[in-house]
Design a binder for this molecule. Structure first.
Ligand code: SF4
Length: 351
């Protein structure tokens, strides 16, 4: 970080905060105090950090910032999910979703890029193109915005909003450090999942992160030709290479990966596609999530009928018992997979 740029406290790990405190001539424990004010108490000004000396508060006001995105719009779904339209300092707009469930969990679905270069054909974000990467502070602040919207702490985080997280790996890894550190946001790494279209070199790098972060592959078809059509960015790697990287990741973090499969009527819901999916999953420690494609205005893709989706699940279950047909959340407010971006007038989705 250039010394002239203000330090963006919300996106800094404890180690980075300690380095900042050292620069300011302060003891290391001031880093933990500052992090607690930002992540636990959600203060909006350094002056509110009353257990810091006045001299340090003044220094922080000069050298650092507590960037908080503006909540431009908030839409609540019938199922309790809340979609937030957030405006960043440069006017860029992104979306996040807070998803409560009946077990008391609150999941924040966060964006990692403004726009996305991957171009998945069923996704609003993919159609808008790429604008820029988010920095760590902009990613972490989405977790606090989700908590504020729900009035309670976030328990789980999924990197499944706008953008491909592994194309912004450096800032995503910094954000993971802040989110999973007990001295900062403090959500256990086993409650955090990063979703990707499948970029083997970046998957290998992510496996070096210190926690057991979950990995979800947006697979959508295990037939090369179909997948290249649905997820154009994936043309760079073969399904075999992606599969091998999943095996390595699962082994490195000692937890199963998730294969996400968005069912599209007449495109990837045939018996042959189900067999390709089970062949792909064989030998991978994986659970499979099936979900019906969400309707996106202007796009032709439709979910198969409930009966066709159950038939697909049953075909897969013949060989892969760990398969779930999930209900879509937040589709009535365009907050479901592939639908993000509607309220901003742009177009968006979910890696
Ligand atoms: S589905 Fe995810 S990776 Fe694909 S275009 Fe949309 S945001 Fe990007």
């Amino acid at each position: 970080m250039p010394s002239s740029a203000p330090a963006r406290i919300a996106g800094m790990s404890i180690e980075e905060l300690e380095a900042l405190m050292a620069e300011l001539g302060q003891p290391a424990y001031r880093a933990r105090q500052t992090a607690a004010w930002v992540h636990r108490r959600g203060v909006r000004s350094f002056d509110s950090m009353t257990d810091l000396p006045a001299e340090l508060r003044a220094l922080l006001s000069e050298r650092a910032e507590l960037a908080q995105p503006l909540v431009r719009e908030s839409r609540r779904s019938r199922d309790g999910s809340v979609k937030l339209l957030l405006e960043l300092e440069d006017g860029e707009r992104i979306e996040s979703v807070a998803i409560p469930d009946e077990d008391g969990r609150l999941t924040a679905c966060v964006s990692t890029q403004a726009g996305c270069p991957c171009g998945c054909v069923f996704c609003m974000t993919g159609r808008s193109g790429y604008r820029r990467n988010l920095d760590s502070a902009e990613i972490v602040c989405q977790v606090s915005a989700a908590a504020s919207s729900a009035g309670r702490p976030v328990t789980n985080v999924v990197f499944m909003g706008m953008g491909e997280p592994l194309l912004n790996l450096e800032e995503v890894t910094r954000a993971l450090s802040v989110i999973t550190d007990r001295r900062c946001v403090g959500i256990g790494s086993r409650h955090v999942t990063v979703s990707t279209v499948g970029i083997p070199p970046a998957i290998d790098r992510l496996s070096g992160f210190r926690g057991q972060v979950g990995l979800a592959l947006s697979l959508h078809s295990a037939v090369e030709q179909t997948r290249r059509r649905l997820v154009p960015y994936s043309r760079r790697w073969s399904l075999a290479d992606i599969r091998e990287s999943l095996v390595r990741y699962s082994s490195a973090v000692n937890r199963p990966v998730t294969l996400e499969y968005c069912l599209i009527g007449g495109v990837n819901d045939s018996r042959a596609e189900a067999e390709a999916l089970t062949a792909f999953a064989r030998g991978v420690r994986a659970k499979i999530n099936l979900i019906g494609c969400n309707r996106v205005e202007g796009l032709p893709w439709r979910s198969p009928s409930p009966r066709a989706m159950k038939a697909f699940r049953d075909w897969v279950a013949e060989s892969c018992p760990v398969v779930t047909l999930r209900a879509s959340r937040g589709s009535d407010i365009s907050a479901a997979c592939g639908q993000l971006g509607g309220v901003s007038g742009g177009v968006s989705g979910s890696g």
